[in-house]
Write a protein that binds this ligand. Structure first.
Ligand SMILES: Nc1ncnc2c1ncn2[C@@H]1O[C@H](COP(=O)(O)OP(=O)(O)OP(=O)(O)O)[C@@H](O)[C@H]1O
Ligand SMILES: Nc1nc2c(c(=O)[nH]1)N=C(CO)CN2
Length: 199
């Protein structure tokens, strides 16, 4: 039998490269669940939310698996009466994208809908937040997981609970319990409206 690597120009593949390719293969064959929260309080809020859901579904390596009911919610974190009401919804996705790429995609969707970043918690055409990515916990300010304020926000927990009643917020426990503690003040389901799950 011919000895392997008899061609002197063929270099052995470094272990680090093999490990990186194996890790990428593993990620591709091992999609993760992520929970994304959508919010809009400027422009045609329903149309923009639907556009964001469709844009997410158009992302290679990402499938939208569930879309929550639409909630109309009082602006959280700002003086009452200073901003229009929000429409909020939650989508469950399965993705082979790593968290950093999912955040990039979330930002690209925001930009596509002309989101302008001015003041903190300012009005916006669309906000796409990553609430959880699998059970990853990270305090990196660029991408904090789970989202650091999700447990305080009924506008996230109520629609999330609708699409996944058994959901757990890593580090905080069952979403159902958090919602019971927080209550539904300022969040109302808009049962007359609906977001479509892309086909
Ligand atoms: N889990 C996360 N999801 C989205 N952005 C995050 C997350 N963790 C950290 N960030 C960072 O937060 C920065 C500001 O995000 P953004 O402008 O959407 O905040 P906000 O919607 O006004 O407020 P909040 O973060 O309270 O929802 C982003 O550029 C992003 O890097
Ligand atoms: N009701 C409501 N209030 C908010 C929202 C939101 O989506 N809905 N998003 C914020 C920043 O992410 C700040 N305040």
């Amino acid at each position: 039998m011919k000895p392997q690597h008899s061609d002197p120009t063929v270099q052995p593949v470094p272990a680090a490269v093999t490990a990186a390719v194996d890790a990428a293969d593993h990620t591709l064959s091992n999609p993760k669940w992520a929970v994304l929260a959508l919010g809009a309080n400027l422009g045609n809020r329903l149309e923009t939310l639907q556009g964001a859901v469709d844009a997410l579904e158009d992302t290679p390596g990402l499938r939208v698996k569930a879309v929550s009911p639409v909630y109309e919610t009082e602006p959280w974190g700002v003086e009452p009466g200073t901003q229009p009401a929000y429409f909020n919804a939650v989508v469950l996705v399965k993705t082979t994208l790593p968290p950093s790429s999912l955040l990039e995609r979330a930002h690209a969707v925001e930009e596509a809908f002309h989101r302008v970043r001015e003041e903190r918690w300012g009005s916006r055409t669309i906000d796409v937040d990553i609430i959880t990515y699998a059970d990853v916990i990270s305090d990196d300010p660029v991408l904090t997981l789970p989202h650091p304020r999700a447990h305080q926000r009924a506008f996230v927990l109520a629609p999330w609970h609708d699409v996944d009643p058994d959901a757990q917020l890593p580090g905080h426990g069952p979403v159902a319990d958090l919602l019971t503690t927080l209550g539904h003040e300022g969040v109302a389901a808009r049962t007359d409206l609906e977001l479509r799950l892309p086909e």
